[in-house]
Ligand binder design. Structure first.
Ligand SMILES: *Cc1c(COP(=O)(O)O)cnc(C)c1O
Ligand SMILES: [Zn+2]
Length: 461
């Protein structure tokens, strides 16, 4: 029975609810906070109160799990080929595994970043590239989990408000399941690549005359009045799927966790999920410690950064969000309390990045032959700042979590290289660094001599 395997606990008042009591806006009716999935047999939170509420504890064997997860990579079964469901032992959220809806997400590469390592002085620097997922962002890992739950519970419609990537992922997985999807996006403020995906995968896509936070407000009313299943990251099952990149990172580093993990912060679900995973892995004896998880926001969309500065993360004041990194243009992040707990539990920090810093960092990651979305590049900015502040030592190992694929927002990249992305006053502090990374197109006649002269000139640079 699935009730025995997982339960839902409010992260605010600790109340445990029945699985079918999770309704509508997915928030606790008592305190308004978000729910978290836990597994009475083994999870961290239930260990804390097993003294008062005896449960049969049944901790899985870590070396058997490591072996099993590796073995599954050679299987031809869908649930084994998925980099999310390969780890299903740590996310047993379905009553019946035949309800899995998967696009073979996950199993993303962990790249070395030799040039960025050299430039920053860090010896071991890696990028976990979640942009290499089926729809081009980390959202697929959470979506396969939560949409499979929606499918199992018999919903016809799923819905989300999105800065773009969630809608692309939701629309794709809904299409695979033969379900319908409703997308609310802020008008004129999402990258074309992402919008095109939602249309291609057949979503009912509504552009609302408001920002992301306004879309969230409208959607919470819609789910109250219509039988649609909410797939925003307030959905605790998305968090379960989004744990798996942390398991992959540990596996890819031979179960030696890195010293630091740096994650972009928007709605703050991703950092919450990765922190949950690392804490669970340590608790189960899969790893012997946790990395410090640090979060980086854009300066124009920095409510968590401000909250940490002003009151150590006890209260958060929403801001009106402005940044070209549209995936993290969020002023009122839903999962901020979960994120604060992760930063505290792991000893991480919260940083912010200016528009020029983000643009430069994105070009530097691009020059490694990898590329990423603007929002992902805040992680490299965070690394530079944490090094400068002495919070990361160059001898430590660092993983940057790259959240989205570079082709998601090619307009941004082209504007950068043409020199018309940033305003004068934004550019000024970093002009020389940015100038040497710019690679605009060279317009020539159809003449070999002109191409040879261009080649010679480039060779001298
Ligand atoms: C959604 C998204 C983020 C922000 O993740 P949160 O979980 O909302 O903090 C960052 N980068 C990309 C590319 C995204 O799609
Ligand atoms: Zn509560």
């Amino acid at each position: 029975m699935m009730q025995d395997v997982h339960q839902l606990r409010c992260t605010g008042c600790a109340r445990v609810i029945a699985l079918d009591a999770l309704k509508e806006n997915l928030r606790c009716p008592e305190c308004g906070d978000l729910y978290e999935v836990e597994y009475p047999a083994w999870s961290v939170q239930s260990a804390a109160d097993s003294a008062t509420r005896p449960v049969k504890r049944n901790l899985p064997n870590p070396s058997a799990l490591r072996w099993l997860w590796k073995e599954r990579r050679t299987s031809t079964e869908l649930k084994d080929q998925s980099g999310v469901w390969r780890f299903r032992d740590l996310l047993p959220i379905l009553a019946d595994e035949s309800n899995i809806i998967s696009l073979r997400e996950g199993n993303t590469p962990l790249y070395e970043l030799p040039r960025c390592a050299q430039a920053t002085g860090v010896e071991r620097l890696y990028a976990k590239h979640q942009g290499m997922n089926p729809t081009g962002s980390f959202k697929d890992a959470g979506m396969t989990a939560a949409l499979s739950v929606a499918h199992e519970r018999g919903f016809e419609w799923v819905a989300c408000a999105s800065t773009g990537n969630t809608s692309a992922a939701m629309a794709a997985y809904a299409a695979r399941a033969g379900m319908r999807s409703l997308v609310l996006i802020p008008e004129g403020k999402i990258a074309w690549g992402k919008l095109s995906q939602a249309l291609d995968y057949g979503a009912l896509t509504c552009q609302l005359r408001t920002d992301f936070d306004g879309c969230v407000r409208v959607l919470s009313e819609v789910v109250r009045r219509a039988p649609v299943y909410l797939l925003n990251s307030v959905n605790p099952y998305r968090i379960e799927g989004q744990k798996t990149p942390a398991l992959e990172i540990a596996e890819q580093l031979d179960w030696q966790v890195p010293d630091h993990l740096i994650v972009p912060g928007g709605n703050l679900a991703n950092s919450s999920a990765l922190g949950k995973a690392f804490l669970e892995m340590k608790h189960l004896g899969l790893t012997d410690r946790v990395p410090r998880v640090s979060i980086v926001q854009a300066e124009g969309a920095n409510p968590l950064y401000r909250s940490m500065q002003a009151n150590g993360g006890r209260e958060l004041t929403a801001v009106e969000a402005h940044t070209r990194a549209s995936a993290i243009r969020i002023g009122n992040p839903a999962s901020w309390r979960k994120a604060v707990k992760v930063v505290e539990a792991t000893g991480g920090w919260v940083e912010q990045a200016t528009e020029a810093e983000i643009a430069l960092a994105k070009a530097e990651i691009g020059a490694e032959g990898i590329g990423c979305e603007p929002a992902s590049a805040v992680t490299l900015v965070g690394l530079k700042k944490l090094l400068a502040a002495g919070r990361i030592d160059p001898s430590e190992s660092v993983v940057l979590l790259l959240t989205g694929h570079t082709l998601k927002d090619s307009d941004y990249t082209i504007q950068y290289h043409r020199g018309d992305l940033l305003r004068e006053e934004e550019l000024a502090p970093l002009r020389p660094e940015i100038e040497i990374t710019r690679r605009n197109t060279v317009e020539l006649d159809a003449d070999p001599d002109q191409v040879l002269r261009a080649l010679e000139k480039a060779g001298r640079q």
